[in-house]
Design a protein around this ligand. Structure first.
Ligand SMILES: [Fe+2]
Length: 282
């Protein structure tokens, strides 16, 4: 694993710097969340100014995933607005891009975030995997599936899952997970693959981190034990991994005490689901 362990950033508090275009600053400002020092894979939280435009068509050299949090972004003929997701395989042609009201979005690249001007797909582009538009916020929640180490019936009750993408060959996935009020898992867990996580809204106790809220970003090698996990008033995470997830659980005697203490800490909650800067994703 060649990305540093990030646990955690608060993305909306991070300074953003302009993306450069031939040595000129653009209205596309980004904060780097994590980077793979070997492959150049990188994740950003970015913002576009109202009326930002890129007239040139072309493609990203690497697979790119966008999740729009606020505002709008038009790519070719497709308009993405808050709660929308797309998966753009490397080499797939994108038309002119434009934001009418401005935009805040997460951008995740599986290699260097290089845009090449072009007027047709790159010859090896996986156009069959392209997903121009998914209403991630609007699509219905499903039941959690079975995973190695965690049969479906052993998932802590009440979890909702939405799969935004699963690669047919590697099983790399992008999903959203919802925890209801009072949800908890007192065990610590590990995985054989890395996890990239963004808390979209709600409150969460992730092990010894203390309470976190919307905008919490984590990039973690799966081998690092994490937990216990608790939400007092519900939460929604966005998550990605490079293959099929598996679970290896550990019971730690101190963890259950942390769960109870968090659920009973009424003075740190206002009694309601805590939405962040991007509203409710429940
Ligand atoms: Fe995990």
């Amino acid at each position: 694993m060649a990305r540093d362990h990030i646990e955690y950033h608060i993305v909306q508090d991070m300074p953003q710097t302009p993306l450069m275009d031939k040595d000129a600053a653009t209205g596309f400002r980004i904060a780097e969340l994590s980077r793979d020092h070997e492959t150049g894979a990188v994740s950003y939280f970015g913002s576009l100014a109202p009326q930002w435009i890129r007239r040139e068509s072309g493609y990203y050299e690497s697979d790119a995933e966008f999740l729009v949090m606020r505002g709008d972004l038009k790519i070719g003929d497709t308009v993405l607005s808050a709660g929308h997701y797309c998966f753009l395989p490397g080499g797939c042609l994108l038309g002119e891009s434009f934001s009418d009201t401005g935009c805040e979005l997460f951008m995740m690249f599986d290699g260097p975030a290089l845009f090449t001007e072009a007027n047709k797909d790159r010859a090896d582009a996986r156009t069959d995997l392209r997903i121009d538009h998914v209403d991630a916020k609007g699509m219905p929640w499903g039941e959690p599936p079975a995973h190695p180490g965690r049969p479906a019936e052993e998932a802590p009750a009440g979890l909702g899952v939405k799969y935004l993408r699963v690669d047919p060959e590697t099983q790399a996935y992008t999903l959203m997970v919802r925890q209801p009020d009072g949800w908890f898992d007192p065990k610590l867990e590990r995985h054989s693959i890395w996890e990239e996580l963004i808390l979209l809204d709600g409150d969460y106790l992730m092990g010894k981190m203390g309470k976190v809220t919307a905008g919490c970003y984590i990039f973690r090698d799966g081998i690092i034990p994490h937990g216990p996990q608790v939400s007092r008033h519900g939460s929604v995470w966005f998550g990605r991994g490079p293959g099929p997830i598996d679970f290896d659980y550990m019971d730690e005697p101190w963890a259950r005490g942390l769960v109870e203490q968090y659920l009973n800490a009424k003075h740190i909650f206002n009694g309601e689901h805590e939405t962040g800067p991007w509203g409710s994703w429940l």
